[in-house]
Write a protein that binds this ligand. Sequence first.
Ligand code: NVA
Length: 321
Amino acid sequence: MTTPTLRHFLRDDDLSPAEQADVLALAAKMKQHPFAVRPLEGPRTVAVISDKPTLRTQASFAAGIAELGGYPMMVDGKLAQIGTRESVEDTARVLGRQAAAIVWRTGDQSRIDAMAAHAGVPVVNSLTDQFHPCQTLADLLTMTERLGPVAGRTFAFVGDAACNMGHSYVLAGALAGMHVRVGAPAAYAPDAAVVARATEIARSTGGSVEIHTDPAAAVAGADAVATDTWVSRGAEAEAAERERIFRPYQLDRALLDHADPDAIVLHCLPAYRGKEVTAEVLDGPRSVIWDQAENRRHVQKAVLAWLLAHAADAAATGEGA
Ligand code: NVA
């Protein structure tokens, strides 16, 4: 028997394939019965910290935490100045004494790793420079709703794959047993270590990972096609150069024609019509973007409930962070 430990959700592969499936099944149930699971009844508090601009994340966590019976303590990163005014480690210790869990949108992954190491409560990544695992769970729930079981299906991502979404998609897709195909300029391929990890995971789940520079090769026959902004938060100074580099990767009707005729289109939003995706595709009949946005709430509730159950088990056996 394994000893229960405090768990965090800092990157997609913090969940095993079976755990990812459990969390997604719980999210689907919670979507049907939004008030049936109330681990934060009290209300207990969850700290939701944003160091970067946020709308979907702030709204979906606040609404979801309320539905779990809890209270969302919204913390403005500009005021908190975590790592500048006070170290990440000290902030973690302070917040861990106030909140049942901590949700953080921040920059480098090392910051959220340090938070998790010192908080003593579950920590959830609500976007870092490297990963966006809550979004990919929402996308898997959305794909399952539209396509049925996603294992064995082909998922294509085109555009800037060196960003958080690119990394999270290869990991999350591999965990779900999907065939993940990336179409990105060579200089914007996902990090090699992340691709190696996703490839290793895919070997055990029956999925696969392919990295292409030709967007049409990535999209060929795909059941789902996704893109993301060419200019992630923090890369604004490179906007002009990026628009030139990524232009051939725009998700337009001609590129989508390479996919399966029933393929669905995903975008994590915010979207820039006429840049990474045309309005015709983004607002067209195959687009599932509003379901994705709603599903953030359901999957994040499931992640929090799952992590809180593990934290309670760990506390019962005296195992800390
Ligand atoms: N790559 C985007 C993700 C948006 C959800 C960004 O980091 O801004």
